[in-house]
Write a protein that binds this ligand. Sequence first.
Ligand code: GUN
Ligand code: ZN
Length: 429
Amino acid sequence: MKAYRASILHLLDDPTKTTEGAVAFHKDGLLLVEDGRIVGCGEYEELSPWLGKAELEDLSGHLITPGFVDTHIHFPQVDIIAAHGKQLLDWLEQHTFPAEAAFADPAHAEAAATFFLDELLRNGTTTALVFGSVHKVSVEALFAEALTRDMRLIAGKALMDRNAPEGLTDTVEESRADMLALIEAWHGKGRLGYAVTPRFAISCSDAQLTMAGEVVAQHPDVWMQTHLSENLYEIKETARLFPKAKDYLDVYDGFGLLRPRSVFAHCVHLKGDAFRRMAAKGGAVAFCPTSNLFLGSGLFPLEEACSHGVKVGMGTDVGAGTTFSILHTLGEAYKVGQLRGDALDPFHALYLATLGGARALDLGDKIGNLEPGKEADFVVLDLAATPLLKRRLAAARTLEDKVFALTVLGDDRVVARTYLAGVERWRRG
Ligand code: GUN
Ligand code: ZN
């Protein structure tokens, strides 16, 4: 057994839905880990009798939190992060598709997978739901690398059989065969999971979406990820391509793709009725503030989505998103809220980045906080990582204020260590 002494902060529930008890904080805390799982988490004083059995590491002065959950990110877009000038549809054509074409090459995909997972861990992200490119090999490279790290990672090959350049499209039967082979080889192996991944309605024919719906119906425990209602031109084009659908969400719903374990990135322009339908069918939203600002897509109505009971997690959406850091993403989420007149509560923010994200992925029983029995995915944060952060946190009078400043000022520099299933997989410096 291993024991870590530090301040510990985690969320036991959604702090906006319960009046008390959602936030657990131990100023002088102890975390006990055995066989990849949390076996104890609480006050040092109370748990110290266990120390006889454990190897203790004193991290006093640091803060332990659950690892962060990134509910939406693109593996083959690492090389086009920060590409200038365009909104979604032009950005895809000019920057994204050419970069993704390179992932047909297994050697390129393998090298990028190592970089990509290193970068997630460096930023304290321990679970991610990831888009691959259209190529099966891109997802194989990513899964192989994640398996060696025992990471809880879900990914899928992008489905796109139209409105994409040559060399970057698949066909319905090819992609069905690729998906079934990937599910067979990787889904449930270690902590990996497969996600059926229609890129978005514009890039999928009716036949492709029908096939995607058949595969999730045959494999109810796989995930489904796609993009929804991100950009006004995209929404218009989708309505033109699917004239019979009631709205954009109804396109996916009509093909059986709105269900628990379905995660829809963006949803910037969704309104009450669509949020109600999404909540009723168990779908979740990935809120990607840096991407929505970067591509000029709009301001996600977080409070409205939450008020209808929709599950929401945070997404970086690299490479339209501008950071791998979920902490930094929370700071940007706050600013989006300010532009809408809604100030995101700091504990709600931390919930979205951890347990909320886990619940959006239907993994709330396995990860997301540090309750005994959960998988030991956690981070050690250095609250004095920068001179400014050190000074600002010293001046903070409440825990809430500290957490808030951490989300606004913090990023990868704050992450001193990242643990996956109880094993240290990243250490700064
Ligand atoms: N919609 C379809 N594909 C993409 C993508 O790669 N990034 C974003 N942000 N939106 C998309
Ligand atoms: Zn995306």
